[in-house]
Design a protein around this ligand. Structure first.
Ligand code: GLN
Length: 187
């Protein structure tokens, strides 16, 4: 079964392209039926309050919460914020999906003009990635750190739930998706 990419907002096409380049079949997910046909889900970056409202409006909030409890999920940037159990700077009208027992701080590096590209270190490789109004992982709470920016954790894993504060799809960085696909294949 394919890997779904939540297609409510964000770099949907770029994530599908990255997954396809790595040999996976990928499809857009906008409905609960499409979600049910997937083995795994990618939640792209964008704006986490907007995505949260769209999840509710599209009837996907509860199906995605169920999905995270049993299948592999990768959230990048806003996607990671939505998967976190605790968000510093959360707007009161933002509902979280949850599933990852971490604390993140929204917009921790500043606004759009403080966005930057930087090298992130995985165990095996170093890749360039884009940080756009990125959150910071304030407390990893026992999750595995899979990539760092200097000393800071920027990609983590909790069982089969993966998250990153950056956008790998904009620079063609492949390692995060590669590790995610490995987890999907062994799930
Ligand atoms: N700061 C945004 C938010 O809170 C996330 C930015 C992004 O996904 N590039 O949703």
């Amino acid at each position: 079964m394919p890997i779904g990419v939540l297609a409510l907002q964000g770099d949907v096409r770029e994530h599908i392209q990255l997954l396809t380049e790595l040999g996976s079949s990928a499809l857009e997910v906008k409905t609960a039926d499409q979600l049910a046909s997937c083995d795994a889900l990618v939640i792209p970056g964008g704006e986490s309050t907007t995505i949260s409202k769209l999840l509710v409006n599209f009837g996907l909030m509860d199906p995605v919460k169920d999905f995270v409890s049993s299948k592999p999920v990768l959230g990048t940037c806003a996607g990671l914020i939505l998967l976190s159990e605790e968000v510093v700077g959360r707007r009161p009208d933002q509902q979280l999906i949850g599933g990852m027992p971490i604390t993140v701080e929204r917009n921790a590096y500043g606004g759009q003009t403080h966005s930057f590209e930087a090298q992130v270190d995985f165990t095996e490789v170093t890749e360039s990635a884009a940080f756009i109004r990125a959150p910071r992982i304030a407390d990893v709470k026992g999750c595995d750190v899979i990539a760092r920016l200097g000393d800071e954790p920027v990609a983590i894993r909790h069982a089969n739930v993966f998250g990153a504060t950056f956008h790998p799809e904009l620079t063609g960085a492949k390692e995060l998706h590669r590790q995610f696909i490995n987890a999907v294949e062994s799930a």
